[in-house]
Write a protein that binds this ligand. Structure first.
Ligand SMILES: *Cc1c(COP(=O)(O)O)cnc(C)c1O
Length: 499
């Protein structure tokens, strides 16, 4: 340690203990109380935060404090300064985007995950972390009735990533290097990736990271007649044209439940086309995949045995807290061949004997959290039957909302409801120009959201401005859905009355 100039006193750090266990016990209990009270009072806050950009900087000091501050003071600032700047995703009146579902079981699993802070990059670094992840991935695979070729019990396997974006990136690079093995690295500019105009923009991002040229990312148009699903015929025509032009098709991202409107691409038929050209098929079922644990919705992934990989995010619909994206692959070796590394400082017997899964080779980063605990707690605490009824109850509430919309002649359902998302709009009557109708809908959305009583979002699909009402926040009950509809209707009354 360097010595300090004589006039500066030595800081009193000798008693510093960042893991004082009795303090931790006390403050952790206080924090749990704080969170439970937050959940209890959540309806008293505006769902969509009402603050302006930069609101926080003016309320906080310019520099971090030099001396410790009491825990109570910090928690008070969370209440007074942070919470007003939050959009409350857990509010039962949150109907925006796709919901981010939570549960007591996953909360407790997350507490343990954080508490253990086990950094299981390879098996040896925390065997339970790796093995529990493999077990719950097989459990969920079985629940979804995936073929055994996606399971560790056979030749496949699953991994928990943070986000769908990572799952897409990792499978994309696997398909890229598989193709480059045949056509050589210098031909990377020939590789082509396929998607529809409804595919999540994260695919384009992954292509940039993976070195696929933007001009080789095919965005195949969809139409209202097909309910915005990707047409296998159009896929075939596009691929054939590329092959004709001397390019190499490598990867198709099909979506079950698109982000805009929950369109469902026909997985089996698309796989039949893609397989003929040696194209890797990935199914992105980030939101809607969870519904496939119910037998009546399983048909949405029919044909899954003919694809290469599937990802879905239980944090969207299966009560597990962010972040939790489950990715299954048929040939994990194709990913680990690309992402696998074997630095000296991680060398160990079990890895050398090839007897274990080292998840660092299945993902972007090295360090990884013990995320499987959350899923394990959810499965065990609720059982499959309750998870299925949770999905069904959200869909029933969305059906109820759909019924409200249909009962009012000023509104229309723009795209048939899928799962728990209703895409609708105010149409008024034929005498209004389309531009004016769009303005009315924008205004309706702004007014409803700025009131703070509920939050929903919009999309534009097939050129039409559409309001999205996504049911599924864990705390949402029928009366919240009815109240939301009443508010929408009353706001529409006001708008129409003003013109
Ligand atoms: C939410 C969503 C994504 C993006 O997921 P991240 O986990 O945020 O990367 C991708 N695809 C679909 C279909 C989604 O609904």
């Amino acid at each position: 340690m360097g010595s300090l100039p004589a006039n500066i006193p030595e800081p009193e750090l000798k008693d510093f203990n960042p893991l004082d266990l009795e303090e931790l016990r006390k403050q952790a209990y206080q924090t749990v109380d704080f969170i439970v009270d937050y959940y209890k009072n959540i309806e008293s806050y505006p769902v969509l935060s009402q603050v302006n950009p930069g609101y926080l900087r003016t309320q906080l000091p310019e520099s971090a404090p030099n001396k410790p501050e009491p825990f109570e003071t910090i928690l008070k600032d969370v209440q007074n300064v942070i919470i007003p700047g939050m959009t409350h995703w857990l509010s039962p009146n949150f109907f925006a985007y796709f919901p981010a579902t939570v549960s007591s079981a996953a909360f407790l699993g997350e507490m343990l995950c954080t508490g253990f802070n086990s950094v299981g990059f390879n098996w040896l670094a925390s065997p339970a972390s790796t093995e529990l992840e493999s077990v719950v991935m097989d459990w969920l695979a079985r629940l979804l009735k995936l073929p055994t070729s996606f399971m560790f019990s056979d030749t496949g396997g699953g991994v928990i990533h943070g986000t769908t974006s990572e799952a897409i990136l990792c499978t994309l690079v696997a398909s890229r290097d598989r193709a480059l093995e045949t056509i050589c690295d210098e031909n990377i500019a020939k590789l082509v990736v396929y998607s529809s105009d409804q595919t999540h923009s994260t695919l384009a991002k992954a292509c940039k990271i993976a070195g696929i040229l933007p001009r080789n990312v095919r965005v195949i148009p969809t139409s209202k007649e097909d309910n915005f699903a990707l047409s296998p015929t159009n896929l075939r025509t596009t691929i054939e044209a590329d092959v004709e032009a001397g390019l190499t098709p490598i990867y198709l991202c099909a979506t079950v439940g698109t982000t805009s409107s929950n369109a469902v691409d026909p997985v089996g038929q698309l796989a039949d086309v893609a397989n003929g050209f040696g194209v890797w098929v990935h199914v992105d079922a980030a939101y809607a995949g969870s519904a496939c644990i119910c037998p009546e919705f399983r048909h949405f992934i029919d044909g899954i045995e003919r694809v290469d990989s599937l990802s879905l995010s239980p944090h969207k619909w299966l009560l597990t807290y962010l972040d939790c994206c489950c990715l299954w692959v048929k040939q994990p070796i194709l990913i680990t061949k690309v992402l696998g590394c074997n630095p000296e400082f991680l060398k160990n017997k079990p890895t050398e004997l090839n007897s274990v899964v080292d998840y660092k080779d299945w993902q972007v980063g090295y360090g990884r959290r013990f995320r499987a605990l959350r899923l394990w707690f959810v499965f065990r605490s609720y059982g499959v039957a309750n998870l299925q009824s949770h999905i069904r109850s959200d869909i029933r509430m969305a059906e109820m909302f759909e019924g409200f919309v249909k009962s009012d002649p000023r509104f229309e359902i723009v795209i048939p409801r899928q799962f728990a998302l209703v895409c609708f709009r105010l149409t008024l009557s034929d005498e209004y120009e389309p531009e004016l109708v769009e303005l009315f809908n924008q205004d309706l959305l702004d007014r409803v959201n700025s009131g703070g009583k509920m939050y929903m979002t919009h999309t534009v699909i097939g050129g039409t401005y559409v309001l999205r009402f996504a049911v599924g926040s864990t705390a949402t009950k029928e009366h919240h859905v009815s109240a939301a509809w009443n508010l929408i209707k009353e706001t529409a009354d006001m708008l129409v009355g003003e013109c």
